[in-house]
Structures are given as structure tokens and as C-alpha cells.
Design a protein. Sequence first.
Length: 136
Amino acid sequence: MARILLVLLLIGPWLACACFDQAAIAAEQLIPVKPGYAEATPESQAPKGGTESQALPEPTPRDQMYLFWILGKIISYPVDKAESFVTGQIKRFQNRPVVTPASAPASSNPFESVNWREIPPAPPANSGAGAKRGSN
């Protein structure tokens, strides 16, 4: 831990000096701009003649943003397709039905598969006239 702290204390001031030095060098290399340069630019004049040519209107910020939106869609198309494919595969894997094994084959004893707790009780026995009817 002490080594890491020592390295950070040595690298921090060195990085700060290097960054400030680069900013000073970059400021010296800039070309000074004077306001008179912008005023001296020539403006395009319409050609003299019977017809005036109509200049194209400047694009509005909305038009420029639309172009950037289209450009972003074109650039991100492969990434979007790959992402939709991966998410589709994940959803397909998650929604896959659970495979249950086939039921066990029937054995020779038919009473093994019976749940005796769910068998309904037998109907009541008739001891009245209906029972004697069949005996004659």
C-alpha cells in the first residue's frame, strides 16, 4: 500500500507539469485572429444579367440534426442487428419449454400407479327391496 501511495505522489506532480507545459506550447502555436480579417472577406455578387440565380438556403439546425440522426442509424445498423440477434437467442433460450421425461412404462402390477388416497369411497349397499328383487 505504501508503494502505491509513493508512486501516486510521484506521478501526480509529473503529470500536472506535463499537462500545463503542453497547454503553454499549444497557446504559443496558435495563430492570432484579428477582427479585421472577417470584415475583409469578399461577398459573392449576383451575376449581372436578366435572371437572378437563387442561392440555396442555409440548412437549419433541424436539417443538420436530421442528417446526423440518419448517419447515426447507418453507423449503428450492424451493432443493432447483432444486439437484436443476441437478445432474441437469449429470450428463445429462456422461453424454451421444460422437457419432461416420458412416463415410466407400465409394470406388471397395475396397482403400483394408483394413489390410494384419491380413490372415492364405494357407493352405499342397498339392503332394502331392491336387493331381494334379484334373488327370486
